[in-house]
Design a protein around this ligand. Structure first.
Ligand code: BES
Ligand code: MN
Ligand code: MN
Length: 464
């Protein structure tokens, strides 16, 4: 049934095209911004919307409350004998839309537009990250049900509503529902392709560690004429510490930072070098011309396989209109580290804190806040499920799947491994120019269509 069935399923995908787009549009109209308390109702609405759509295609679906945004869980049991069981993961929450004035059309009023090089694009917050992507899988399931009356594998769907705000409820939720969620393999659609004409499987994901530092100096803000010179300035102290974080070659100066970092196998590096992704061009697209990272390492190597330290924000003193001659009593900064396999977030956090402690001048005290980190993950590119997915993708796209890395982080993938003992297959159809997290986010209509077709084929291949 499975092998012959797939052509009919693909026909269904094509026939459903317009209705599928309508469904995606109605999800995109819901402003499910998880990080902002003003949007809790929208998050709830998006969760119910997802549960309803899953019920419609035969899943036993429910919205499950957490201490934060609710989770959506759906179950479908295939009637194929000895069917495999997979868990699909996506997130229905989105990033805030600001700065609003930079959107050419309102972020939660999705529409189609023509874009040179991309054809028809779906515009709207979440079009790519991750509503458009999660709907590729849901639409593939719908097409299977409509064409074959069944799914070729048993599927549990887990849709999260806090991915964009660091997944605070995820750990407790996975612990509490481990039995219900456990499957043989997790399928995740929240990554992208290196090129628009070639499919990709992401085989490593960077981890993330956040640290906030607050430096305190004088007991109150001081007049800079009366105290400037003798009094330590916390902004200057903080800036000094941050300036020491990298050397002239872009290497992070925390002692031992690179100790556990492995080099990517030559074969994989060679594959990346031949993707035709020109470094100068990648920089030029964002208004830059000179690489500022680790000397001697390519753009892709840096974002896919090297750890980094970035300052994401810095505040202190007077930033209002005009001048205020002040020495502030404190200054603070937020940093995140992107980690690669084998790096221990806890060790990096401690080593970073020690570096800060020893670098600050006398009379400065420092406090740290961290929500903790998620380590990086890497998967075996020779695993049976990887080969199956790669074959399905190659059939659909007419080109072999690139085994790529990923600059971003998806904390749940690590938890799937550590809590549920499950590997993940990361297949996504986002493109670098989708402007995720930025104004005018888009998803190519072709990504939506080919993504849906790809999942239809992957499900067939996993079953056979
Ligand atoms: N879908 C992205 C992760 C991603 C980014 C995959 C770029 C492929 C390319 C995800 O929604 C995301 O934005 N993750 C955050 C995680 C953070 C908020 C814990 C990230 O990477 O910053
Ligand atoms: Mn995402
Ligand atoms: Mn995101």
């Amino acid at each position: 049934m499975v092998a012959e069935g797939v052509d009919k399923v693909l026909e269904k995908v094509e026939a459903n095209g317009e209705a599928a787009l309508e469904r995606l549009f109605s999800l995109l109209r819901i402003a499910s911004i998880s990080t902002d308390a003003a949007y809790v109702d929208d998050c709830r609405e998006a969760a119910s919307w997802c549960a309803n759509v899953l019920s419609e295609i035969g899943f036993e679906a429910s919205v499950k409350p957490t201490s934060g945004q609710p989770m959506v869980v759906g179950h479908y049991r295939s009637s194929e004998p000895n069917a495999r069981h997979v868990l699909f993961y996506g997130h229905y929450d989105v990033q805030p839309a600001d700065p609003l004035e930079l959107w050419r059309t309102p972020p939660f009023e999705p529409r189609l537009a023509e874009e040179p090089g991309n054809g028809t694009v779906i515009l709207g917050r979440g079009a790519s990250d991750d509503k458009g992507q999660l709907m590729t899988f849901v639409e593939a399931c719908r097409a299977w049900r409509e064409a074959a009356g069944d799914l070729p594998v048993s599927v549990t769907v887990l849709l999260e509503g806090e991915e964009e705000s660091g997944s605070p409820s995820l750990g407790p939720f996975l612990d509490a529902h481990a039995e219900e969620l456990k499957a043989e393999l997790a399928l995740v659609c929240d990554t992208g392709q290196a090129r628009s004409d070639q499919p990709a499987i992401t085989t490593m994901l960077r981890g993330l560690l956040d640290v906030e530092i607050v430096v305190k100096g004088p007991s109150r803000d001081l007049h800079s004429g009366m105290y400037g010179g003798p009094a330590v300035n916390p902004i200057r102290a903080l800036a000094g510490v941050l300036a020491k974080l990298h050397d002239g070659d872009g290497r992070v100066q925390i002692p031992g930072f690179y100790d556990d970092v492995a080099e990517v196998p030559e074969l994989q590096r060679a594959q990346w070098a031949h993707l035709g992704r020109d470094e100068a061009d990648l920089l030029a697209k964002v208004g830059l011309s000179t690489p500022a990272g680790e000397t001697g390492r390519s753009f892709l190597e840096q974002i896919w396989s090297r750890p980094t330290a970035e300052v994401n924000g810095i505040v202190g003193g007077y930033t209002g209109p005009g001048t205020k001659t002040v020495i502030p009593s404190e200054a603070s900064a937020k940093l995140t580290f992107r980690l690669v396999p084998n790096q221990d977030p806890e060790k990096i956090r401690k080593d970073f804190q020690a570096l800060v402690q020893t670098s600050l001048p006398a009379d400065c005290t420092v406090t740290f806040k961290s929500r903790g980190g998620s380590p990086a993950v890497g998967f075996d590119i020779d695993a049976e499920y990887m080969r199956a997915a790669a074959a399905a993708l190659e059939t659909e796209w007419g080109k072999p799947a690139v085994m790529m890395g990923c600059g971003g982080s998806i904390p749940i993938v690590q938890s799937f491994k550590s809590v549920l003992g499950m590997d993940s297959l990361l297949v996504g159809f986002a493109l670098d120019d989708d402007r995720i997290h930025s104004p005018n986010e888009k998803y190519n209509l072709e990504s939506f269509r080919k993504g849906t077709r790809s999942w239809a084929r992957i499900l067939a291949k996993l079953a056979s």
